[in-house]
Each structure stands twice: as C-alpha cells, then as structure tokens.
Design a protein around this ligand. Sequence first.
Ligand SMILES: *[C@@H]1O[C@H](CO)[C@@H](O)[C@H](O)[C@H]1NC(C)=O
Ligand SMILES: *[C@@H]1O[C@H](CO)[C@@H](O)[C@H](O)[C@H]1NC(C)=O
Length: 479
Amino acid sequence: MKFTNVVLAASAASMVCAYPKGREVVPSKRSVDVKKRSTGFTWVGVSESGAEFGSSLPGTLGTDYTWPETSQIEILRNKGMNIFRVPFLMERLTQGSITATPDATYLAALKKTVNFITDSGAYAVLDPHNYGRYDGSIIESTANFQSWWKTVAAEFADNEKVIFDTNNEYHDMEQSLVLELNQAAINGIRAAGATSQYIFVEGNAYSGAWSWTNTNDNLSGLTDTEDKIVYEMHQYLDSDSSGTSETCVSSTIGKERLESATTWLKNNGKKGIIGEFAGGVNSVCETAVEGMLSYLSDNTDVWMGASWWSAGPWWGSYMYSLEPSSGPAYSTYLPILEKYFVSDSASVSTASAVEKSTSTVSAVETSTSTIEAVTTVTPNTQVQVSSAVESSTTSAAPVETSASAVSTYVPTSAPTTMVSIQSPSPVASAAPTSSVTGTPSGSVAQHYYQCGGKNWTGATSCESPYTCVQQNPYYHQCV
Ligand SMILES: *[C@@H]1O[C@H](CO)[C@@H](O)[C@H](O)[C@H]1NC(C)=O
Ligand SMILES: *[C@@H]1O[C@H](CO)[C@@H](O)[C@H](O)[C@H]1NC(C)=O
C-alpha cells in the first residue's frame, strides 16, 4: 500500500514512548469465555504499527518511530483479537549491516512488545517490514538473510506464540530470489532451535492475493521440517488493490479477489492467512470486507485467519486506523471483525495485567495529545497530523507512513499491496539507493515514491511516465 497519510513525528520531548517496562505484565492463565460464533479461524487480529515508521536509519525513538501502546493492544486483546503483527525495521535491529549483532535497545523494546502480546495468550507476528530490501537494496544474499533470521529467531526460540513473518511484501524482485529468501528464512529459523512456531511466508508483487497465482506459484515448493508454513497474502479492495483509497470497487470485491488464491491453496494443500486487509468507512467497503471475512470463514480448511491493517499510536486520522478508540475505522470495523474473532482463545486478561498496564496511561495521554489529527481533505483522502507538524523539531522530511509503507524510507515506500504487473526485467538496479535521507538528490523517483514536500531533499522528478503530484504540503508523490 502506498502512502496515504503523513504523520510527522513530534519532538522527542513531547512524544512519550509507552512500551512495557518489562515482563511484569503476566496475566494469569484464568480466562473468561467470550461466546462468539465459531468461525473455524485460528487467528483474527491487527497489525500494530509504529516501530517501522520514519525515514531515518536507525532513527530516534519518539521522533522517527515509536512502539505500539500496550494499553491499546490490551483493549483489542480483551475484545477478542488473538494475533498482533508487529512491524519493525531490519536496519534498526541489526544496524549498519544485515549481519550485525542486534541492537540491544531496539531488541529489548521489540521483545517487550512481543512478550506483552504473548503473555496475554495471543500470537505475536515478528514482521520485518522491509519489502525484501535492506538499506534500500534488494537482499541478494540468501546466506546473510538466513543468518539474520537465525540470529533473530534464537531470541524468540522458546516462545511458541511468536510467529515469524519472513519479510513484508517482496516486490519487483526475481521470483526465484523471493523463493530462495523465504526458504533461507525458514532454514535459519529452524536452525536457531525455533521449531514450534508457525512461519508466515510472503510473496512477490506485494504478496497480493489477487495476483498470487500469476506471480507466486513456485512458492508452493517451500519446505519446512516442522510443516508449519502459512502463506501470508495481502488484499485491499480499492481499484488497484493498493489500499490507498477509501473507495472499494464493489460490495462483493472482497470475496472475488480471494477466489483464485483460495483455489491455489486448496490445490497445493497449503494454509494461508490474509495478513493485511482494510476498506474505507462506507457501506460498500463495509459490505465488501464482511463478504471477504465470510468467504474466508467458509474456507477455513485453507484460510487460518485475517489481520487488519492497521492499528498503532501514530496513525492520526488515517482512514484505516483501528487504534482504539479514535481511529477512523475503529467504531465501524471492530464490530465487523468481532463477529469473526476466535472464541476459544478470547481470554480476558486479569486485573493484575490491567493494573500494570495502566502505568502507561499517562504516556498514552501525553502522546495522543501530540497527535491530534486534523484531516486535510484532498482527493485521495490524504490526512496529516497538523499538530505534530507544528511541534516537530525534526529537521528531516516528515515521516510519512503508508498503510504498510515505511515512511520516507524510500525503497520501502512503495505500495504494499499494489499488485501491479511485475516489471519484465529485474529492477534491483533501478531501486533508489537508500540512505538515511531517502532518495539521493538528483536521481529520479520511482512510481509511488516521494518526490517533494516541505524540506524534501531527495529526487523531485519521477521516472517515466509518472508525474510528481502534491498530496499535501509535506508529501509529493510520483503517480
Ligand atoms: C520461480 O518462478 C519463476 C517465474 O515463474 C521461474 O522463472 C523460476 O524458474 C522459478 N524458480 C524456481 C526455482 O522454481
Ligand atoms: C524545514 O526547514 C526549516 C528551516 O531549515 C525549519 O525551520 C522547519 O522546521 C523545517 N520543517 C520541517 C517540517 O521539518
């Protein structure tokens, strides 16, 4: 999904990070049954954005990126969600080089978020939100990728509620490389002794479900000694499946876009999950999303669940935000999702966990006060967080966040589920060289990439045939 809003990080001083202070939140095993209709799903939940935001690498906590609010996760958990996908950046975990030792601070914060989720009985998905790239370049070394995953999985090897997502939305890569990188990740994870967990593999072309069979057929050849591979596909319901418009194609498009992938899963004896999906707040999309969930639940022999894109503290008034309770999608879509929650896992954490987590409430209040969103109406439902803009003390370009895109981190800012036709030739060399400042000035920005905006220092012209369009004062984009 390409950028659809701009969230400017407020100053570090005014943004307070509220990740858990440690593993002190230990909900008891006691759970309260929540009666839901049995859907056969294993997981229904949401992504929890924040740690992948920002253009600076490694960037500054509170300025460039943040961690999800555990108190907000807890609200969704108590409603019955049982899977939370946690996007983060490989460049922040292993800084400077893909083979570097994990940064202790970022790793500790990642673990705290993950442990908060898994201690509640839910599943946490580790999502390196990197589009098959590290520092702007396509990851070509399967050995390095395998080693990266071995290192990371070792940190979570004893937590069976962790799920490893090999990478977010490979795109414009050689199909064989996508196959090999996924296999390398699987091998690295298992070699780390992480043998009990599920592994989510993603495909090329932004892992789109609608184009899966055309693009990702040979991923059926992936093997796992533990036989716990789940094919994670993404699907949005706007015209190009990019998740950039609140207009859905029709009220039946959700189901329609999953049909060929469903057949593929069945024919190949595989399991799948829709790892990102969303629709705008309007009746056509609501019907389409419900139709999609209903269709998935009719096919739970292959579909294990679905995870909404997205929640997180810095979304502001982003159209798909499911952040309780102010996210624009929250009041509309939570009740729809709720019908599909997994009943036997809907535990309600106990008072002790709640009490502990309320220690983060003041932080939540502080940070939300800095992200009072002001919706700027533009033709493409762009929104920006004006108050944050004003209070920003960062000199860098604004931190844009896309649906799953990573801000001005240029190589990853491409649409996440833009399931366009694959480039006929390898495009590795065409990808902008990443740096902490994004596209080097003087180069040409690619389709969907940033090409201007206040204080933008990167490329201001677009590759043919695209033109640079001002989406808002802080963000111009090649479309
Ligand atoms: C993967 O798929 C691509 C495109 O269909 C094909 O060219 C390539 O040979 C396949 N690679 C393997 C290892 O099967
Ligand atoms: C842009 O640059 C000017 C001058 O360098 C600075 O005062 C301003 O805060 C910057 N704006 C943003 C949004 O970073």
